[in-house]
Design a protein around this ligand. Structure first.
Ligand code: AMP
Length: 463
């Protein structure tokens, strides 16, 4: 029986896979890997309840690669490289992330893998598919586009993986999934992974899988124990000020992922943070694929320190040691909370997450608390008195009295006292040479006596 003390060597993986793991410094398998790898190696169907960051990609990718090695071929003929494993993911980011992991695990083998998702030109993807690949990672919509153009044949699939199945259902992919499953052979291995297990997911598993082995590494809908979760009670007008205070208090190098519910507000907040001197960027569904990938790459490399995102980024974003996730908005769907904060505390690392709760969010908060079985103690936060230049940040007009603090440095020119001298002609305001002589006469009689312009400019006469 395998235990938590299990090492990778106990799986008897091919030495080339083991070498890749050594290079990645994977020393001991994570609990989901301990539980899922043996049945997958045996060809069983597996239903895995695993939250993000638990190492579930390797849990299904390693045994699949091991099984596919049997068919490894050095031939350049596409016929020798049929699609044998199909991995479906809900978002482009997750698909991309899985593809990167598969590529790393398979780097010393002749197995070919590729990723296809929407928002990119189809032609290069068609070229890759026509050349032949054993492991295909795809989002459902784009895969069906390729089925339509007959650039892919799914009748050779032996292992089908539905990753983040709950999310695929949430995103309305059920009809697409049904079409894809119908195109795959009936005799196949089906692996289904999901962070949360709703009755719909269980129904999906029942219709797509055959006598699956259930593996569960943490209570379903649980959040990682290594993540410290806090929440602030704050009204909308003060969220920006609180955010900036928290960001400034973050240890360097800062790497913070901030979640919002609206695309528009996501871009707005990123711009505001840039104005405040942070290296920030935004990703959401309206950005082009290239913009999203560039922003993600910058965040991963550290050249962007704060990434403001909608839930599109909650999946597939794997940054080793991401220390902090901020829920600027409470998610509408409590299960999204689990996914959002799953971006930190990955693979046993510690992390922290902070949520801003407005009075209107109390109902959603209660739903989250019920789901994750954790009660938040809402921290109160006192907004400091705003200074004028911070008005846009604080979201309110600062008190007028602060406009000229007592000790403020004033322009020396205007602070010089007016000292009347004999040389200065104290003419009424309207009679200074700026006016014509005719005007001067009329104004002289009507204009009340006012200090000369020269006096206003510090006692110097203007000629
Ligand atoms: P995943 O849940 O598959 O997205 O994996 C989360 C992170 O854990 C990724 O950065 C993986 O590279 C890493 N990881 C997966 N398995 C292991 C392991 N056995 N040892 C160390 N890191 C791992």
């Amino acid at each position: 029986m395998l235990t938590d003390e299990t090492t990778f060597s106990s799986f008897n993986l091919d030495p080339r896979l083991q070498t890749a793991l050594d290079e990645l410094a994977y020393k001991t398998p994570t609990p989901i890997q301990v539980q899922a790898i043996p049945p997958i190696l045996k060809g069983r169907d597996v239903m895995g309840a695993a939250q993000t960051g638990t190492g579930k990609t390797a849990a299904f990718a390693l045994p699949i690669l091991q099984r596919m090695l049997h068919f490894e071929s050095t031939s350049t003929s596409p016929a020798r490289h049929p699609v044998r494993a199909l991995i479906l993911a809900p978002t482009r980011e997750l698909a991309d992330q899985i593809a990167l992991s598969v590529q790393r695990y398979a780097q010393h083998t002749y197995l070919r893998s590729a990723v296809i998702f929407g928002g990119m030109d189809m032609r290069p993807q068609i070229e890759i598919l026509r050349n032949g690949i054993e492991i295909l990672i795809a989002t459902p919509g784009r895969l069906l586009d390729h089925v339509q153009t007959k650039s892919i044949n799914l009748s050779t699939v032996q292992s089908l993986v539905l990753d983040e199945a709950d999310r695929m259902l949430d995103m309305g992919f059920l009809p697409d999934l049904q079409r894809i499953v119908n195109l795959c052979p009936k005799q196949r291995q089906t692996l289904l992974f999901s962070a949360t297990f709703s009755p719909e997911i269980r129904k999906l598993a029942a219709s797509f899988q055959h006598n699956p082995v259930s593996v569960e590494v943490a209570r379903s809908n649980a959040t990682a124990d290594t993540v410290v979760q806090t929440a602030f009670s704050v009204d909308e007008a003060h969220k920006n000020a609180l955010l900036i205070e928290l960001l400034r208090a973050q240890a360097q190098p800062r790497q913070v992922l901030i979640f919002l519910n609206s695309k528009l507000e996501t871009s707005r907040l990123a711009r505001l943070l840039v104005r405040e001197g942070f290296k920030a960027d935004a990703i959401h569904g309206d950005k082009t694929q290239n913009e999203r990938l560039t922003a993600l790459a910058a965040f991963k490399s550290g050249s962007c320190e704060i990434l403001v995102a909608t839930d599109v980024a909650a999946r597939g974003l794997d940054i080793v040691e991401l220390p902090c996730v901020i829920n600027y908005d409470v998610p509408f769907n409590p299960e999204d909370y689990v996914h959002r904060i799953g971006r930190t505390g990955r693979a046993g690392q510690s992390g922290k997450t902070i949520m801003f709760v407005e009075p209107r969010d109390y109902r959603s908060l209660r739903e989250i608390e019920t789901l994750i079985k954790h009660k938040f103690e809402l921290k109160a936060w006192q907004a400091p008195i705003a200074r004028p230049r911070e008005r846009s940040v604080w979201g309110e007009r600062p008190p007028k009295t602060l406009n000229h603090p007592v000790n403020a440095q004033l322009d020396p020119f205007f602070t010089q006292p007016y000292v009347p001298t004999d040389t200065i002609e104290s003419k009424p305001f309207g009679t200074v040479e700026l006016s014509s002589p005719v005007e001067s006469k009329t104004k002289q009689s009507k204009t009340p006596k006012r200090p000369a312009l020269a006096a206003l400019l510090g006692g110097q006469k203007i000629h």
